[in-house]
Ligand binder design. Structure first.
Ligand code: ZN
Length: 267
């Protein structure tokens, strides 16, 4: 059965020279990848890679809560979202989800409440666009688990993907209550917080992600979608079930979360 990587960055510069080999490698293992954009600069490449690799790669477009400014990283603002509606009008019919977007309240990136409110406002714009285009959200949250879940609840969002969720037990519970899904990365082999998510969330809300090139099984090493096989091994151990069961359930969940996946993968 197909294994679905619900969140990866195949457009990352690190993959530029090795992309075609990398895609062949994960195709062999029957892995389908949803590659998500984070800023206007990578959108073209994200769409191109998916278009050229139909049946193995799909895409999502969104604006990451932290953008690279001229010199430094800076929080996303509503002004940044002005070009997004036109882009989604053009690409939403072929996109699988809207994202990567979300909230990142890391202290060194977003120290003031004004900046945190800027991010919230920019996310609200993307929530509205996701409703307009009927595209589920593919969400980033760092040090912002509860604020993210609150904003989703206030805006009546159900069934979004919380990728690499780092919130505590209470926040995980709220996410489950509100119908959201949690993706587990290959970093689970070394990261107790990912293990906590995997064992706290009902099995019908777990999906897989690589977040390539980040969140690999070995810290500091470039991650690829192929490492989903290690996530599957680890989850089978942790949840005391077979690898086949992990694959079957996470793929079924991904199809429920992202209905347009059905247009891309053979079942
Ligand atoms: Zn990501």
């Amino acid at each position: 059965m197909v294994i679905v990587d619900c969140h990866a960055h195949l457009s990352d510069e690190l993959f530029h020279d090795v992309l075609s080999d990398m895609i062949l490698d994960f195709q062999k293992e029957d892995i389908f990848v949803i590659s998500v954009g984070m800023n206007y600069k990578d959108f073209e490449e994200v769409v191109k890679i998916a278009t050229e690799n139909k049946g193995s790669v799909g895409f999502g477009l969104g604006l990451h809560p932290i953008q690279c400014g001229k010199i430094d990283k800076r929080p996303l603002s509503v002004d940044d979202t002005t070009k997004l509606p036109d882009l989604l009008d053009k690409f939403s019919s072929s996109a699988i989800c809207l994202g990567e977007c979300g909230l990142d309240f890391s202290k060194w990136l977003c120290p003031t409440s004004t900046e945190r409110d800027m991010q919230r406002s920019a996310l609200k714009v993307q929530i509205e666009l996701s409703k307009k285009h009927n595209l589920p959200l593919n969400l980033h949250s760092r040090s912002a688990g509860k604020p993210l879940l609150d904003i989703l609840r206030q805006n009546h969002v159900e069934g979004a993907l919380l990728h690499a969720f780092d919130g505590g037990k209470k926040a995980i519970k709220q996410g489950v209550e509100d119908g959201h899904y949690f993706s587990i990365a290959p970093s689970i082999v070394r990261d107790p917080s990912q293990k906590q998510v995997a064992t706290s969330v009902p099995l019908d809300r777990l999906v897989l992600e690589s977040d390539s090139p980040a969140l690999g099984p070995v810290k500091g090493q470039t991650n690829t979608p192929l490492n989903l096989l290690q996530t599957v091994d680890c989850l089978a151990d942790l949840l005391n079930c077979s690898k086949e069961h992990v694959i079957e359930v996470t793929t079924e969940n991904a199809l429920r979360l992202f209905p347009k996946l059905r247009d891309h993968i053979k079942l």
